[in-house]
Design a protein around this ligand. Structure first.
Ligand code: 13P
Length: 250
């Protein structure tokens, strides 16, 4: 049995006072959870605050992006080693907002993925199709391309220390969730593709679903055989909603 994992992606939201109240609510709400791991991925400036507040709790934390470089003249970027100094366990890579708005391509994301693994961070690799791609029936082709770029760069064994998040772009922040069957189909496709290279890695691989996950739809989504938890945007900003989603991952 794979453990469930629920990760909050705060995106570019947060303020010191608000974060504190949110994190306190989350910590107390999930303190008794045994079979689900919980984490929050926060904007860089709040990593120190999050580290101070969450240390010793059963909520882990991470960042939403990072540079592929260890250090150097890269104004505005944040290095993997910097995330480690703030106790990060996870780093989200290849989020559709990074791919779409900031033009990060498969090749750059593969370099970041390689750097994260090398640093000992656990990358959460986001994959997923746009609405046009789903309508054109190329979902599997798109997801395969995004996944294969990583595997080609780092090898399938590296997935032992990584998480995949399937986030259909059309379901992010739109209130339109993929149905449990739609999500399950893509999750199974991802697992089978990895299994062709390494059955054991595929079996242990944690594949999250993201895109308008709410307390109301989480139980059904998380009950699907290849859905191992969620990557939660909007609902991770409200303590009771996020806690309810974490609890749905029993
Ligand atoms: P929403 O849950 O707000 O749809 O966001 C999903 C997401 O992008 C998480 O990374």
């Amino acid at each position: 049995m794979r453990r469930k994992l629920v990760v909050g992606n705060w995106k570019m939201f947060g303020r010191l006072a608000r974060n504190k109240a949110l994190l306190e609510g989350v910590m107390s709400g999930v303190s008794a959870l045994r079979n689900t791991d919980c984490a929050v991925c926060v904007p860089y400036p709040y990593l120190g605050q999050v580290q101070t507040l969450l240390q010793g709790s059963n909520v882990a934390w991470g960042a939403q992006n990072m540079s592929q470089h260890e250090e150097g003249a890269y104004t505005g970027e944040v290095a993997p080693g910097m995330l480690l100094e703030f106790g990060c366990k996870y780093v989200i890579l290849g989020h559709s907002e990074r791919r779409g708005i900031y033009h990060e391509g498969d090749e750059m994301i593969a370099l970041k993925f390689e750097a994260a693994i090398k640093a000992g961070l656990m990358p959460i690799l986001c994959v997923g199709e746009t609405l046009e791609e789903r309508d054109a029936a190329v979902t599997e082709e798109v997801v395969a391309r995004q996944l294969d770029a990583i595997v080609k760069k780092v090898g399938v064994k590296a997935l032992e220390n990584a998480v995949i998040a399937y986030e259909p772009v059309w379901a992010i922040g739109t209130g339109k969730t993929a149905s449990p069957d739609q999500a399950q189909a893509v999750h199974a496709f991802i697992r089978q593709r990895v299994a062709k290279l390494d059955g054991q890695i595929a079996q242990g691989l944690c594949i999250l679903y993201g895109g308008s996950v709410k307390a109301a739809n989480a139980p059904e989504l998380f009950s699907m055989p290849d859905i191992d938890g969620g990557l939660i945007g909007g609902a991770s900003l409200v303590a009771e909603d996020f806690v309810a989603i974490c609890r749905a991952g029993k």
